[in-house]
Design a protein around this ligand. Structure first.
Ligand SMILES: *[C@@H]1O[C@H](CO)[C@@H](O)[C@H](O)[C@H]1NC(C)=O
Ligand SMILES: *[C@@H]1O[C@H](CO)[C@@H](O)[C@H](O)[C@H]1NC(C)=O
Ligand SMILES: *[C@@H]1O[C@H](CO)[C@@H](O)[C@H](O)[C@H]1NC(C)=O
Length: 852
């Protein structure tokens, strides 16, 4: 598939590069002739460069630490005052955008982002393209005034910074204003950074541009902690230039930050291009051709990897599907920096006393916070404006679609996360690396605690990777070195196995339920029961389900259903890796863990009177279930720990399909409509529809529905539910996107509208996995059916090599719809302003108050 893509794009590109001599190559070829310090070919790949600063509307950096940062800013070009008040830099929730995002984007090649800046009457495209060898890249910035406003004035600022330039005297970047040159080159910078080698940056104009203010190049040297603050530094420079000037001083030369500013009236085009010595420049033509070609090849490729089955085969879903995947991929960030950790391991953190949360809070308020040494992370991000950093709880869900599209990219991200693990096995649940990331988080939420866990969602992706490596599930994504080489596959699994095992051991060791001090049901297995640390009366942030109701007050004798289920899912993933590596003893150990987990899910957490799965606590000295219907009781099913024969499955199907409980016209509610906490309090995980768990529900139900054993009625009902839920969920996300131009963090169970954070193309993107699912004839799907009972026999999906590998069912369906889809239609989007909100701590504190 990637072969197709590359063949389509790159011949055009390369032909162009060679036939049109790069504009300034002749001028500079002497000064940047091949350097012995250039990285070896092996050091470069399609992954090296990318828009890996997703917190910016557009920002590029390589996956090489302490090198180069690049970004784009723009503002009104009317006058100085207006310029200073409309400067766009980081993605914000409320700066008058009517939507922004990637129309199509592939990490390996590039793509096109469109930003609808209504306030400035401008549509801005950032067309980013990489050369085939991954060494060079360029971004073409195309400004188009909105209809009826052709004389709109816009100032564009391209900025670039050298990291650690002051402390490492061998790095250099020198810029020059070239505005009077006849070559179309407006500015040039020559750089030399050991980890990158020598390179050249150029800003290329366009003869059709109506230039209001000639190019200005401003080179400065600022303290290291300021180089990511382009907006602040630029603003200071403009102010220090004085007068009523709208621009920085023309003062080019060497420095660790460089600004290239130009002001246009009407439409404009500008190209910013990076190249290494002795290679052709990706100039305007090359980018235009490459992007045009990618525009058509991308949709074809997408329809191969994520085919759309009825009713989503309609053309109107093509742009939707593209936008989902592109914005998930476009949220990939590369992060580097120190973080804040409380290593005090205060005795209160054992959380053994009855009022453990007040004691822990008090200990935390006195604890010494450590600033760690810098760490590096390649991660997808939940939302560019609101959560532009890594979250462990989200990442496993991000990787579900990514692994289908580009297995090697998913592996890189998985490994990057596993490499964060400390010797104990801990991975911080929220990765706030470096001052740039920290600037978006209120101080009281910056510290990470090594006794806190988070759902180990990476274990969701491991079995799927194995199924692709073994061929148990088909793979149609980009060519994978791990699939093409059994040796590489084996090296990979050997590398991740001990890390996964260490994290698993850490989880079991640090989140145990207490089996010595409190009564437990006699049939339960001691030691196999868990408790999230970090509870307060209203929150269990560490579980990921924040305000989902649990025992109140909290009790040190609690056992949490989802924590046990996550242990089961992790043990099952480890069992499969061990099996694949031929480590029979470990495989057997993990298999016994899975068995114990399954036993205790029923022994500890099943309440036969209320017919549901529950948390447990201690009340009046007795073992007591806390049963709150919602997502929680579904966890044994969602994490693949129940099969079609399980006696408790019918009760879960009833819970899901009951309109007075979880079943809504838009998807499964997080909390039952009949629960006393429904819609109350912060109302975060108390009714709203979350896409990640709904997607898991559809996939697991489909597996149940197609299993070979188990009561026919159960299988039929599971299929029916899966089919109906699929349709409702995709429609919900689609309709909201169609109306608002955004994907959302959650959706209302009463109106279906998107809520909380917008531009949330993190795990909401997992909905793409459902579009290709097919069900047998007669499945009445969608909102027209008022409940989800009834009989439909599902046809497909016979061969599931791994019972818990749910996504494996999808590729099996692809062939059916291949070829059914052709062409690209870009949906005409209507945009509207929408509410803002938050997640986790934004509930407590309005983050906007804390933003600089
Ligand atoms: C850029 O440099 C040219 C000389 O090469 C100069 O004429 C021009 O004024 C400079 N641009 C600005 C805006 O100062
Ligand atoms: C924290 O303290 C507990 C109890 O003293 C101890 O068992 C545990 O090993 C400590 N953890 C770390 C990471 O030092
Ligand atoms: C169980 O609770 C007792 C009594 O509070 C405490 O001493 C013990 O450390 C706890 N054990 C675990 C594993 O938390």
């Amino acid at each position: 598939m990637a072969a197709m893509l590359i063949c389509l794009v790159l011949p055009v590109l390369c032909a162009l590069c060679f036939s049109t001599p790069a504009i300034a190559a002749s001028q500079l070829s002497n000064s940047i002739s091949n350097s012995p310090r250039s990285p070896s070919a092996a050091g470069w790949s399609w992954q090296t460069w990318g828009p890996y600063r997703p917190n910016l509307y557009f920002g590029v950096r390589p996956q090489v630490t302490d090198t180069l940062l690049m970004g784009l800013m723009w503002a009104s070009g009317e006058n100085r005052q207006r310029m200073l008040t409309t400067l766009r830099d980081t993605c914000e929730q409320d700066d008058g955008m009517q939507g922004y995002g990637w129309e199509f984007y592939d990490t390996r090649t590039g793509g096109s982002q469109v930003i609808h800046d209504t306030q400035l009457h401008l549509d801005l495209a950032t067309n980013f393209l990489k050369s085939k060898d991954g060494k060079n890249w360029a971004v073409r910035i195309v400004g188009t005034p909105k209809k009826g406003t052709t004389d709109v004035k816009t100032t564009i600022i391209l900025h670039t910074a050298v990291e650690k330039e002051i402390s490492d005297g061998s790095k250099s970047l020198v810029c020059e204003n070239k505005s009077k040159s006849k070559t179309g080159v407006e500015a040039t910078c020559l750089g030399d950074i050991a980890a990158l080698g020598k390179f050249e940056l150029q800003v290329l104009g366009d003869e059709r541009n109506n230039i209001l203010q000639d190019v200005v190049v401003n080179s400065v040297r600022v303290p290291e902690e300021e180089i990511w603050q382009a907006k602040a530094v630029f603003t200071d420079q403009v102010k220090s230039a004085g007068g009523d000037q709208m621009t920085v001083k023309d003062a080019s030369g060497d420095g660790n930050m460089h600004f290239v500013q130009m002001t246009f009236q009407g439409p404009f085009k500008l190209t910013f291009t990076y190249r290494v010595p002795d290679t052709p420049t990706l100039d305007a033509n090359a980018v235009d051709k490459g992007i045009d070609s990618l525009r058509s090849s991308f949709s074809t490729t997408l329809d191969t990897v994520f085919p759309r089955a009825p009713p989503f085969h309609l053309e109107k879903y093509a742009g939707f599907s593209q936008a989902i995947l592109s914005n998930l991929l476009g949220g990939l960030g590369f992060f580097h920096g120190d973080s804040k950790v409380d290593y005090s391991n205060a005795s209160e953190y054992q959380e053994t006393d009855l009022d453990f949360w007040t004691k822990a809070a008090s200990a935390m308020s006195h604890a010494q916070i450590t600033t760690t040494s810098p760490q590096t992370l390649l991660s997808f991000t939940p939302s560019r404006p609101f959560f532009p950093r890594g979250f462990l709880w989200d990442e496993g869900f991000h990787l579900l679609p990514v692994v289908e599209w580009d297995l090697d990219l998913a592996v890189s991200v998985l490994q990057s996360w596993l490499n964060l693990m400390d010797d104990d096995g801990w991975i911080g649940r929220e990765q706030i690396l470096g001052p740039e990331a920290r600037s978006r988080v209120p101080p009281q939420f910056q510290t990470q605690y090594p006794h806190y866990a988070n759902p180990p969602t990476l274990s969701l992706i491991v079995p799927i990777i194995i199924s692709k490596l073994t061929g148990a599930s088909p793979y149609t994504g980009h060519p994978s070195v791990y699939i093409s080489s059994p040796d590489q596959a084996s090296i990979l699994l050997k590398a991740i196995f001990p890390l996964l095992a260490r994290h698993y051991d850490w989880f079991r060791r640090t989140q145990p339920g207490n089996f010595t001090a409190y009564p437990r049901p006699p049939s339960s297995i001691a030691g196999t029961g868990f408790r999230w640390r970090g509870r307060t009366p209203e929150h269990t942030l560490t579980s990921g389900l924040d305000d989902y109701p649990r025992a109140n007050p909290p009790h040190p004798g609690e056992l949490h259903l989802d924590a046990l289920a996550w242990v089961g899912a992790s043990a099952s993933a480890l069992q499969q890796v061990a099996h694949h590596l031929g480590d029979a003893a470990s495989a057997q150990t993990y298999a016994s863990h899975v068995k114990n987990v399954k036993h205790n899910l029923d022994a500890l957490h099943w309440d036969p009177n209320r017919n549901t799965y529950c948390d447990s606590t201690i009340q009046e000295g007795k073992y007591t279930h806390i049963c709150r219907e919602g997502y929680l009781p579904l966890f044994p099913l969602l994490l693949g720990l129940m099969d079609a024969e399980h006696p408790n499955l019918p009760a879960l199907l009833d819970l899901m399909s009951n309109p007075d409980k979880l079943w809504s016209p838009y998807g499964l509610r997080s909390l039952s409509k009949s629960d006393e906490g429904y819609g109350r309090g912060e109302n975060y995980w108390r009714g709203a529809i979350w896409v990640n768990l709904n997607v898991l529900a559809v996939l697991r139900l489909k597996v149940i529905g197609s299993s070979q054993s188990g009561p026919q009625a159960v299988r039929t009902k599971a299929s029916k539910l899966a089919a109906d839920l699929r349709k409702r969920l995709v429609e919900t996300v689609y309709e909201s996107w169609e109306q608002t131009g955004f994907f959302w963090e959650q959706y209302s169970d009463t109106t279906g509208e998107g809520r909380r954070s917008r531009a949330f193309t993190g795990w909401t993107a997992a909905v793409i996995l459902l579009m290709g699912l097919q069900f047998g004839d007669g499945a009445k799907e969608g909102r027209e059916t008022s409940d989800a009972s009834g009989g439909v026999m599902m046809s497909l999906v016979g061969a599931l090599a791994f019972p818990i590998v749910v996504v494996a069912v999808i590729p099996a369906l692809r062939k059916k719809v291949l070829g059914a889809v052709a062409g690209v239609v870009y949906s005409v989007l209507t945009w509207s302003r929408a509410r803002r909100g938050g997640r986790g701590y934004e509930e407590v504190i309005d983050l906007d108050e804390y933003e600089p």
